[in-house]
Design a protein around this ligand. Structure first.
Ligand code: GLU
Length: 476
């Protein structure tokens, strides 16, 4: 974490202050992660402050586990936040205080309409086929309701004119004030609604730019009504389109994994997901591979598209393959060792094998799978493709190879290549005819890194033993 900032002094100097405000839902949705990424990048690009506020007012969902999932996911993606993490639930008293200030200003009122009364009015409106709007007789009443009767606090929403927002992504969006009803600020149990809490917190945290999903655009008009009633500075808004699935429908479970953790588990590297989410909805010319530093240098809201972007797993995988190839071999070996349950002593072999292994994997699970043969115990189980390569003819070739390889004094790639080629030549077959059964014997698979690399990695003794295991028919 970078040094703590003082948001109020930041706003006093017009510096950018953004916030990411996830609600704990049990997982970090990739769409939310992208919102977090954009908020973070915008602040970093402008040398401003990136704040994180966990909106934990829903007590049933906001378990420590659900909060940790969000914090872990963000940390894994490399998004660090300035100052401490804010928790919305800590500010409930302050939310209520602002609701009461609004009443004092004549901008909000205590409404004693009961839920039953409201339901009756809603039904009546439905029966008469007219839209239901709260028209509370308490709006302009200067007296309080019956003693001890429960009440909610409602905003006296403006009724004339329109409210417009110059959204940094959506452009100018306006709504007739007649559409905005007197929504609730404080519930009858005294707890604040999301609409009030978010405005108070954004104000108190000195937030200058609200970057979030466009599912919140409608809320922005209501939130502005509170901000204006309090005479607070208005933040800039940037509502980014949601992510859709490849079929154009809003991304949902049926499109596959939704959580950042799911991608982490399949073995997507954080820098690949960072790059992918960045490009999903934002562009910088034709650049596809964008480093964290470039992202900070280039990110702006002008190039965030207005229409929803489509999630494309193939593209994510190909970016991931790129980042795997670029990644440090020791780091990759550590990640793979964890997946294969290997110990410290196996890491050295993994690191040596990594340049070959990583050229063929688009995620860490695949990378781990490709590394498995290195640690397999003899006699190796033959996979289906490998078993098919072991015929009486190819076993004879293996015997010839075994004989020649026994005599190799310098067990190195080039020397091994010379010897194996000679064996093929002498048998009058193409190299592939020998390389394929050799690969099967050495790895139990029909695909692997180059056969001379495999021999070199396994070492002379293990290679010869694995070949010997397969050079005769099992029941011969
Ligand atoms: N907590 C809200 C959510 O997760 C976001 C609120 C906001 O950004 O204003 O959707």
């Amino acid at each position: 974490m970078s040094a703590s900032h003082n948001p109020s002094s930041a706003s006093a100097t017009n510096a950018v202050v953004t916030r990411f405000a996830p609600s704990p839902t049990g997982f970090l949705h990739i769409g939310n992660a992208r919102t977090g990424l954009f908020s973070w990048l915008y602040a970093r690009h402008h040398g401003g402050t990136a704040l994180l506020r966990v909106e934990d007012t829903d007590k049933t969902r906001s378990t420590q586990g659900a909060i940790d999932v969000i914090l872990d996911g963000l940390e894994w993606l490399g998004l660090d936040w300035d100052g401490k993490v804010h928790f919305q639930s800590e500010f409930e008293k302050r939310h209520a205080e602002v609701a009461h200030q609004l009443i004092e200003r004549g901008a909000a009122y205590r409404c004693y309409l009961t839920p039953q009364e409201l339901a009756k009015r809603r039904e009546k409106a439905q029966a008469e086929r007219r839209p239901f709007r709260i028209e509370s007789e308490w709006r302009d009443c200067s007296s309080d309701g019956p003693e001890d009767a429960p009440f909610v606090v409602r905003l006296k929403a403006p009724r004339e004119g329109e409210t417009a927002i110059d959204d940094l992504v959506q452009g100018r969006v306006a709504v007739a004030n007649a559409e905005i009803d007197d929504f609730v600020l404080l519930r009858s149990d005294g707890t604040p609604t999301y609409m009030l809490a978010v405005v108070v917190d954004d104000h108190d945290m000195g937030v200058t730019h609200i970057i979030r999903g466009d599912d919140h655009l409608n809320n922005a008009f209501r939130q502005l009504a509170i901000i204006r009633a309090m005479d607070w500075p208005e933040p800039a808004y940037a509502h980014i389109p949601l992510i859709h699935g490849p079929d154009g429908a809003k991304l949902s479970k049926r499109h596959g994994a939704l959580g950042v953790h799911d991608y982490r588990e399949t073995g997507i590297l954080p820098e690949a997901l960072f790059n992918y989410l960045l490009r999903l909805g934002w562009g910088h010319g034709d650049d596809e591979i964008i480093s964290r530093e470039q992202a900070i240098a280039w990110f702006d809201l002008d190039h965030v598209g207005k229409s929803p972007s489509r999630f494309d797993l193939k593209k994510l995988e190909s970016l991931n393959a790129h980042y795997i190839r670029e990644a440090d071999d020791t780091r990759l070996a550590g990640l793979v060792a964890g997946r294969l349950g290997l110990g410290e002593t196996d890491i050295e072999l993994l690191v040596r094998a990594m340049p070959e292994l990583k050229a063929r994997a688009h995620d860490l699970n695949q990378l781990a799978d490709g590394a498995r043969f290195l640690f397999a115990r003899r006699p190796l189980a033959m996979g289906e493709g490998a078993a098919a390569l072991l015929t009486p003819e190819s076993r004879a070739l293996l015997r010839a190879a075994h004989q020649a390889l026994c005599k190799v004094a310098t067990w190195e790639h080039d020397e091994l290549e010379t010897v194996v080629r000679e064996v093929a030549d002498q048998a009058g077959v193409k190299l592939g005819k020998l390389a394929q059964p050799l690969r099967a014997a050495l790895t139990g698979r029909s695909t692997s890194p180059g056969i001379f690399d495999v021999l070199a990695l396994l070492g002379q003794c293990e290679s010869l033993d694995r070949i010997a295991d397969q050079m005769v028919e099992p029941n011969e």
